[in-house]
Write a protein that binds this ligand. Structure first.
Ligand SMILES: Nc1ncnc2c1ncn2[C@@H]1O[C@H](COP(=O)(O)OP(=O)(O)OP(=O)(O)O)[C@@H](O)[C@H]1O
Length: 517
C-alpha cells in the first residue's frame, strides 16, 4: 500500500444546536486516510460515525456546526469552507453510498437517467477546466479569509465564557479579556498582511485562466475551421470526380462510395466539434453502460430504461454505487452500505466494494456498527464511542489484540457467522451527548472500569507504532486485567479463519499457476 496521505482529520469537534441544548456529537477526533486503503469506522448507533463523514462531505444538517478542527483534503481545509464553495472543492472527488439504497434513488426517474444525470450536468468541459485553472489560488485566499473570521468568532466566545465564569474575580476578567483581545489582534494582523497578496494572486490567476480558456476555445474553433474547410474541399473534389465519370463506368460505384463517405465525414464533424465542448448524451450513455457492467448489473442496456422498483435491494445498491462512480471519485465513503440488505446479498456488495476499490485504486471509509462486517475488508479500524475515537490500529491489531473494553464489547457482540447468534450484547445504553460524561465515557457500562475511569479522561496509550487505545487499563499502574474468555475465544477463531483463508488463496494461486503451465 502506498503511503500517500489523501485525507487528514485533526481535532475535529462537531456539535448540534437543539432546543434542549448542545449535542456534542464529535469530540476532538483525529485520523488519517492513505491512498488505496480502507479505513473502517466502527461503533454503536449515535457514536458520531455518520456525523464525522457528513462533515467530510459538507452535508451536515443545518443545526450542526464544526466547532474546531481541520479536515485536510486536496490541500484544502474542508472544515472552513462555506457551503457555497464546498461542492467546487469536493467536486467529483468524494463519492458516498448510504445505508438505504431506496432513499438514495428517485423512484420516479429511470435508472439510466439517474446514472447519466451527473455526467451531463458537469459536462461543460471548458467551464470545468476554467475552474480547475484558478482553483488553488482561490482556495488559498478563501481559507485565510475564513480563518480570520473564525478567530474573531472564537475570541468573542471566549470573552463571553470569561464574563460568565463566576470563579474569576472581576479585575482578573478585565485583564484576561484584554490579553485575549491583544493576542487575537496580533494574530489577525499578521494573517491580514497576507490577505491582499493572496487576493491579488487569486484574481490574477482567475484572469490568466480566463485568457487561457479563451485561447484554448479560439484554438479549437480555428482547428475546426481548418478541418471543416478540408472536409468541404474533400466533398467538392469527390463530387467533381464523380461527375466526371459515366454512370455505367466500372469505377462509378467506388467514386460514389468515396463521395458519400466525404459527405458523412463533413456531417460528423459537427458532432465531433460539439463533443470537444460538451459531454454528449451518447457518451454519457456509453459510460453508464460500462459502469453498470463494472458494478455487476446484468443486461445493462435493458436495465437502463427501468425504474428503481424493478430492481432488488442488492441491485439498487449496485445502482447507487454506479452513480457514485460516474464522477470518478478517489475517495468513497460507505455509510453502513449493507445494513438494509439481506445477509446473503450483504457479502456480494462487500465483495463489489472490495473489487472496485482494488481496480480503481480508491480509498475507502467504511462506516459500520458491526465489527464482523469489516473483518476481511479494512486495512485499519478506528473504534468510536460517544463522539470519540477510543482505539485505532491495523485490522490485525484490532481483531487479534484489542485493548479497549469497548472494543472487547463490540467484538463480543458480533453475530457468530456459524450460529448466526449474538454472543453478548453490550449492556446499558450510550451516554446522552447533551451531557457527555466525565472521564472515560464507557465507564458506566464497563465491568472492568477503574475508579479513575469515572474521574479523568484517559489519554491515548501506545500499544505499537500502528496501535493506540484510550483506556486507563494500559497505564503502567493499572491492575493486570485479562481479556475475557469470550474475547480470547473469538480471537482464536479469527486467527483460524484467517489461516484458512490464506491457505485457500494459496491453493487457488498454485492451482491457477498450474493451469497456466
Ligand atoms: N441534526 C442533528 N441534530 C441533533 N443531534 C444530531 C443531529 N444529527 C446527529 N445528531 C446526534 O449526533 C450524535 C452522533 O450521531 P451519528 O449519526 O453520527 O451516529 P452514528 O454513530 O453514525 O449512528 P447511526 O449508525 O445511528 O447513524 C448522536 O447523538 C445523534 O443524536
Amino acid at each position: 500500500m502506498s503511503k500517500e496521505k489523501i485525507l487528514e482529520v485533526k481535532d475535529l469537534t462537531i456539535s448540534f444546536k437543539t432546543p434542549n441544548g448542545l449535542v456534542r456529537a464529535v469530540r476532538t477526533i483525529s485520523f488519517d486516510l492513505y491512498k488505496g486503503e480502507t479505513l473502517a469506522i466502527v461503533g454503536e448507533s449515535g457514536s458520531g460515525k455518520s456525523v464525522t463523514n457528513r462533515a467530510i462531505m459538507g452535508i451536515l444538517a443545518n443545526n450542526g456546526n464544526i466547532d474546531k478542527g481541520e479536515i485536510l483534503y486536496s490541500n484544502q481545509d474542508l472544515a472552513k469552507l462555506s457551503e457555497e464553495n464546498f461542492h467546487k472543492i469536493r467536486g467529483s472527488k468524494v463519492g458516498m453510498i448510504f445505508q438505504d439504497p431506496s432513499s438514495s434513488l428517485n423512484p420516479t426517474m429511470r435508472i439510466g437517467k439517474q446514472i447519466t444525470e451527473a455526467m451531463l450536468v458537469g459536462g461543460d468541459r471548458f467551464k470545468n477546466r476554467f475552474r480547475d485553472l484558478y482553483h488553488n489560488e482561490f482556495h488559498d485566499y478563501l481559507n485565510l479569509e475564513t480563518r480570520i473570521k473564525l478567530l474573531k468568532k472564537d475570541r468573542d466566545i471566549r470573552i463571553f465564557e470569561i464574563n460568565k465564569d463566576d470563579s474569576i474575580p472581576k479585575a482578573d476578567k478585565k485583564v484576561k479579556i484584554q490579553a485575549l483581545k491583544k493576542s487575537t489582534h496580533e494574530t489577525i494582523s499578521k494573517l491580514k498582511k497576507d490577505l491582499p497578496g493572496l487576493k491579488t494572486k487569486y484574481l490574477e490567476s482567475k484572469k490568466a485562466a480566463k485568457i487561457q480558456i479563451k485561447k484554448e476555445i479560439k484554438e479549437v474553433k480555428a482547428e475546426e475551421k481548418v478541418e471543416y474547410a478540408k472536409l468541404k474541399a474533400d466533398v467538392e473534389a469527390s463530387k467533381k470526380s464523380l461527375d466526371s465519370i459515366e454512370k455505367n463506368s466500372p469505377s462509378y460505384e467506388d467514386s460514389k462510395k468515396a463521395y458519400d463517405e466525404t459527405k458523412e465525414a463533413l456531417k460528423n464533424n459537427k458532432e465531433v466539434y460539439r463533443r470537444r465542448f460538451h459531454v454528449t448524451k451518447k457518451e454519457a450513455y456509453e459510460r453508464a453502460i460500462t459502469i453498470m457492467n463494472e458494478v455487476g448489473i446484468p443486461e445493462p442496456e435493458k436495465r437502463f430504461t427501468q425504474y428503481p422498483f424493478q430492481f432488488s435491494g442488492g441491485m439498487r445498491q449496485r445502482v447507487v454505487i454506479a452513480i457514485a462512480l460516474t464522477a470518478g471519485p478517489e475517495l468513497l465513503i460507505c455509510d453502513e452500505p449493507t445494513t438494509a440488505l439481506d445477509v446473503t446479498i450483504q457479502q456480494q456488495i462487500l465483495d463489489l466494494i472490495k473489487k472496485i476499490k482494488k481496480e480503481r485504486g480508491l480509498s475507502v471509509i467504511f462506516i459500520t456498527h458491526d465489527l464482523g462486517v469489516v473483518a476481511n475488508m479494512a486495512d485499519r479500524v478506528a473504534v468510536m464511542y460517544a463522539g470519540k475515537i477510543v482505539e485505532y490500529g491495523s485490522s490485525s491489531d484490532i481483531f487479534y489484540d484489542p485493548k479497549h473494553p469497548y472494543t472487547w464489547a463490540l467484538l463480543a457482540s458480533v453475530p457468530d457467522l456459524d450460529t448466526k447468534e449474538k454472543l453478548l450484547s453490550i449492556p446499558g445504553t450510550p451516554p446522552d451527548m447533551l451531557y457527555p460524561p466525565k472521564g472515560d465515557a464507557f465507564a458506566e457500562r464497563n465491568q472492568f472500569a477503574l475508579k479513575i475511569d469515572f474521574e479523568e479522561e484517559p489519554p491515548f496509550f501506545k500499544v505499537s507504532d500502528s496501535h493506540y487505545a484510550a483506556t486507563w487499563l494500559l497505564h503502567e499502574n493499572a491492575p493486570d486485567i485479562k481479556k475475557p474468555k469470550i474475547i480470547t475465544d473469538r480471537i482464536t477463531k479469527y486467527k483460524a479463519d484467517a489461516k484458512r483463508r490464506a491457505a485457500q488463496s494459496k491453493t487457488k494461486n498454485v492451482k491457477s499457476a498450474g493451469d497456466v503451465n
